[in-house]
Design a protein around this ligand. Structure first.
Ligand SMILES: [Zn+2]
Ligand SMILES: [Zn+2]
Length: 750
């Protein structure tokens, strides 16, 4: 009898792959073995050639739902005789060549079990199976075996061990398997210490009571602590905002189930998105019957919603029967708190802490996703739990390893190793010491597991970015060369890379719009149109430069952008005091730093319309402007009026549009109409340049493209005549810079 070997790479560990292989091998009556190794799953067996091929095809076709095969191979090997089919111990040696498996939300089977009083996992808050539960957050190393995870301290009881060893059980080889006898336990702390309860169910009842009494509770989840409170009580939400120093930024809600979502307007695609294994925070539009306290998402038309993605949340929410506010436990832009010994910090905000004794090895925030209203475009706002650090990408031939340090505000790091891309979870603002610490920790984690032989380090052109400084330091330590890339070229490369457009023979137009990025001419870029052709990126056009005023204030106060564009207009000057005007007039006349930022243009329009002069959180002005315009469009995108934005030697001139908008506001045109017209004008601008350059393929990136209305309008106005590319796996904001840097590195053969 011949012997064969099958190898699968990709996401093939922690998704029930070995049990699946086992069951199928039994069906085919093949003697052999399956094992996990550092580069994926290996199957060896005896059979004739026809059966081997059929078995191989069957495995690929019916692979577990959560798996993702990026490489497969069937080869004949030297003859070896197997007796029975077995799952054998993992091989630890060899080069790591695997994608990391992200964390999965609770599956339907487990959800049912914890609600069933006759099941032995009834009410057990850490129930998992091969199809659900934490993965990335609990691994120390690969292959994905219990000894190499945070579960290694919990010894399985007899019943759990039986399930683990029984091939027909859905917990066969489930590394996170545990139950209330042998597993993880809950503790409820107040400032005096842990409280004792006669049973876990009485502890749960206590939590419910505390929520009802308007208490804030920090709960240890999958990626870190969440701060929670009753979402129907405005006063406790206000208290949470004050303690968290988060005055206006929208807060996410967790609902018991989709049955309670009647207050929102959502599509079936959105409902499906909420129920996937990613189980993200999804932004949903408020419906007419929405009546939760205004403190949740002041002034916005949508709210971030999620479902319980762990058994613990499921148990709590089924008992509470109301939505809760659930937001990362951190203080503005610093990383999520995840260690149990940070109790003191947590008690600065929370009245109580619901803790457990499983360690979180890799902290992560919840991922945030939205869908556009008309074309159902999926936009990732924050890429974290459930998504990171995996990027599905056609594997390239073995290439050298690169490290990219990304940008600062929404930082992430990216590593290319053996033709695969590893993109860290969203890490936060590198201006914070804690974020820098997380950055280094994630890098060490990747390096420990993958042992990449990094040959070159990449960073942003901005000399004052913390990420650039870290890059420099690492390059020094490791004695490696480093190269800086322009911010918006990295954005452009990121969107091209995601769609493999860098191999295109046709030219690509890159519309890259965001807040700020250090430009090659020393000015601040952000409203750029690039053309990519023959491995070259040219800056074809940009917004005509306008003065960048007042450093940090420029991004924080939308009225400053408006002032920069129309400094002598009486209505604009009214937004400032006499003493402020004195300073800003001088600045305006003398500042040498100019910008082409599209982000600031959104700010300026919001200020002009009187909806936001000073932002309390990033992108507040842009989000409110989008909400206003979306409301005006209503249920059709038919409204087509626009402003002219002439293209001149200096770039796209936007001042005339602002003068026109001000005049229209004076005569009482509705704000919503002006906002809608503004959005239309931007799409016209893209179309104009594409037609002029005779380019059919247009790629979009940068923070501005988190705007769902803008995506819908692009699709509506240009979707037929052009090929449009938007981010699907990555966020359009600066989280994609690190990945873009890796693509540029390849493109320019650094
Ligand atoms: Zn499950
Ligand atoms: Zn057990």
């Amino acid at each position: 009898m011949k012997s064969w070997q099958i190898r699968f790479k990709g996401i093939v560990q922690g998704v029930g792959f070995r049990p699946f292989v086992y069951k199928l091998a039994k069906k085919y009556q093949l003697p052999g073995e399956v094992s996990n190794g550092p580069s994926g799953v290996r199957i060896a067996f005896n059979s004739d050639e026809v059966t081997a091929k059929a078995f191989f095809a069957h495995l690929q076709k019916n692979a577990p739902r959560l798996s993702h095969i990026s490489f497969q191979e069937l080869v004949e090997i030297p003859s070896h005789s197997y007796v029975d089919f077995q799952i054998v111990a993992s091989q630890r040696e060899g080069e790591k060549d695997l994608l990391f498996t992200p964390d999965f939300g609770i599956c339907e089977n487990c959800r049912e079990e914890i609600a069933d009083p006759t099941n032995r996992r009834y009410g057990y808050a850490f129930t998992t199976c091969t199809l659900c539960g934490p993965r990335y957050s609990i691994i120390q190393d690969l292959p994905y075996d219990r000894e190499l995870t945070a579960m290694h301290v919990f010894e399985m009881c007899e019943s759990c061990q039986k399930e683990y060893e029984l091939p027909t059980d859905r917990r066969y080889y489930s590394q996170s398997n545990s139950c209330s006898t042998c597993g993880i336990s809950l503790r409820l702390w107040d400032t005096k210490g842990p409280r004792s309860f006669p049973s876990e169910s009485s502890l749960i009842s206590q939590v419910i009571e505390e929520w009802n009494n308007g208490k804030i509770i920090a709960i240890k989840g999958i990626g870190g602590y969440l701060l929670s409170c009753d979402a129907t009580q405005g006063s406790v939400i206000q208290k949470l905002r004050e303690k968290k120093h988060r005055p206006g930024k929208p807060l996410a809600l967790m609902y018991p189930s989709w049955k309670e979502l009647g207050d929102y307007d959502f599509s079936w695609e959105e409902q499906a998105e909420l129920l996937t294994s990613v189980s993200p925070i999804l932004l949903l539009r408020k419906g007419p019957s929405y009546d939760l306290p205004k403190e949740i998402a002041p002034g916005l038309d949508s709210v971030g919603i999620m479902f319980p993605y762990t058994p613990l949340y499921q148990i709590l929410l089924s008992a509470f029967q109301k939505p809760i506010v659930a937001t990362s436990a951190n203080i503005s832009n610093s990383p999520i708190i995840y260690e149990s010994d940070k109790r003191e910090e947590l008690f600065q905000i929370a009245d109580l802490i619901l803790d457990n004794d499983r360690e979180i090895l890799t902290p992560q925030d919840d991922s945030v996703i939205r869908h556009s209203k008309f074309f159902k475009q999926r936009i990732i706002i924050r890429r974290s739990r459930g998504l990171a650090p995996t990027l599905f990408h056609k594997e390239e031939e073995k290439k050298v390893s690169y490290l990219a340090c990304g940008a600062d505000m929404k930082s992430s790091l990216a590593l290319r190793h053996r033709g695969k891309y590893y993109i860290s979870q969203y890490l936060g603002d590198l201006g914070h010491f804690d974020t820098e610490y997380s950055f280094r920790k994630v890098l060490t984690h990747f390096e420990n597991i993958l042992k990449p032989d990094i040959q070159h380090i990449f960073h942003d052109l901005h000399p004052n970015y913390a990420s650039s400084r870290i890059s420099e330091e690492l390059a020094g330590q490791k004695q490696l060369p480093q190269t800086a890339f322009q911010h918006h070229k990295a954005h452009f490369a990121a969107i091209m890379g995601e769609h493999s457009l860098q191999k295109s023979r046709e030219p690509i137009l890159g519309i890259i719009w965001d807040g700020t990025g250090y430009g090659e001419d020393g000015h601040i870029w952000g409203g750029e149109a690039f053309i990519y052709q023959d491995k070259e990126i040219k800056r074809r056009a940009h917004l005509a430069y306008y003065p960048s005023l007042g450093g940090d204030k420029f991004a924080k106060e939308p009225r400053m952008a408006l002032f920069s564009l129309l400094p002598s207009h009486e209505k604009v000057r009214k937004k400032f005091s006499t003493s402020e005007l004195k300073v800003y007039d001088k600045l305006h006349a003398n500042t040498r730093i100019k910008c082409s930022s599209m982000g600031r243009v959104f700010d300026a329009v919001a200020s002009l319309l009187g909806i936001c002069d000073k932002q309390v959180y990033e992108a507040e002005a842009a989000m409110k402007l989008e909400a206003l315009a979306t409301d005006y469009f209503g249920n059709s995108l038919a409204f087509g009026e626009h402003y002219e934005i002439p293209l001149t030697q200096e770039g796209f001139l936007i001042r005339p549009m602002f003068e026109e908008m001000l005049a229209e506001k004076e005569v009482g045109k509705p704000k919503g109409k002006i906002a809608a017209k503004f959005h239309n004008s931007l799409v016209r601008l893209v179309e104009e340049i594409a037609r002029k350059e005779e380019i059919r393929k247009i790629a979009f990136s940068g923070g501005v493209f988190q705007n769902a209305l803008l995506l819908d309008l692009c699709m509506d106005r240009m979707g037929k005549a052009f090929d449009l590319y938007f981010h699907k796996q990555l966020s359009p904001n600066d989280e994609n810079i690190a990945y873009g840097q890796l693509i540029l590195a390849d493109l320019f053969k650094v």
